[in-house]
Design a protein around this ligand. Structure first.
Ligand code: UDP
Ligand code: MG
Length: 314
């Protein structure tokens, strides 16, 4: 029997877990031709999430969990999930039921047809402010232009991955992760299906504006070096125009003599160049920062427990 893993990163989701588990049971009922594993990755929750999961596991041996030693963020939590999945395929979904489990039936159908990566594209984006939606779409446009791989807009992490995708993703151990980019990077046979994204059943989104901004910078700098090129191009343009400006001044002085004016121009040019230099330094710094963090070679996460077993003694 083929085994399907439901990989669910959870961070302070105690309120949503009972409702989630109900819906997952319905899904499992409908598809008993498969073995099922429900793998929770508890990402250092500070509420009763872990107790909830343990309670579920006591009654249902299909429930497994990895408990991380602190909050590492969803991207890293997913990596931990990849390391611990045992299924022939793996469905990543959010705990808040914004990713409807009903869609998994369709994903399984395509998986049986031989697709490796069946992703869900949302037709709408659920309850979200206009600004957030606008910013997020602009971000995807920029990202698309800058990176060489296609990163699909309105596609989240909700998808079914064949085991070989999981094994490949396990090899990508970078710590500054932008998993959406990685899914595209690994390639394989992809298939998109559409769905309507609902709203959270309970609790609230743990993504603040700044967390999202960070994720956006993460997305751009981890899948593209275009910002570095932008700095080069700015530099080139500035030197070229200042060269032309210099020739203009040379002739002006030779023909009409020199009266000392142009103080405002001078200040503007100095400030402009200063700005560009600082910006470029920042961009370079962004990449050096990643090199710095990556060269330390730390493990991406620390797992503290797998089911009843305490980890960290090996
Ligand atoms: N999540 C996580 N670690 C975090 C933040 C979130 O594992 O640091 C999980 C969270 O429990 C949920 C999923 O990632 O299952 C998506 O989170 P959320 O619903 O807050 O994000 P949104 O739907 O607003 O993108
Ligand atoms: Mg959500």
């Amino acid at each position: 029997m083929k085994k399907v893993t439901l990989l669910i990163p959870v961070y302070n989701e105690a309120e949503t877990l009972p409702a989630l588990y109900e819906r997952l049971l319905e899904l499992i009922e409908r598809n008993h031709a498969y073995d099922w594993e429900i793998l929770f990755v508890n990402d250092g929750s500070s509420d009763a999430t872990l107790e909830e999961i343990r309670a579920l596991r006591r009654n249902d041996s299909r429930v497994n969990y990895v408990n991380l030693s602190r909050n590492f963020g969803k991207e890293i939590a997913m990596l931990a999930g990849f390391d611990f999945t045992t299924g022939d395929c793996c469905v990543i979904m959010d705990a808040d039921l914004q990713d409807p489990p009903e869609l998994v039936d369709e994903m399984l159908k395509y998986w049986e047809e031989g697709y490796d990566d069946i992703y869900a594209r949302r037709r709408n984006r659920g309850e979200e402010s206009w600004l957030r939606r606008r910013l997020s779409l602009t971000f995807y446009q920029i990202l698309q232009k800058m990176s060489r791989i296609d990163i699909l807009p309105n596609v989240g992490d909700f998808r079914l991955l064949d085991r070989r995708c999981i094994l490949t993703l396990r090899k990508l151990r970078e710590q500054e992760r932008y998993t959406k980019g990685l899914f595209c990077w690994i390639g394989y046979q992809k298939k998109g299906i559409e769905f309507d994204r609902g709203d959270r059943v309970a609790g609230k989104s743990s993504w603040s504006f700044f967390k999202l901004l960070n994720l956006a910078i993460e997305g751009i700098t981890s899948s593209s070096t275009a910002p570095l090129r932008l700095a080069t191009v700015c530099g080139l343009l500035c030197s070229a125009s200042s060269f032309i400006y210099a020739i203009y001044f040379l002739f002006k002085t030779l023909l009409f003599g020199d009266e000392t004016t142009g103080f405002p121009t001078l200040i503007v040019v100095i400030l402009f160049l200063g700005g560009i230099q600082l910006f470029s330094l920042g961009v370079i710094g962004e990449y050096i920062g990643r090199i710095f963090r990556e060269t330390k070679g730390r493990p991406a996460y620390i797992a503290s427990d797998y089911n009843e077993k305490k980890l960290g003694y090996e």
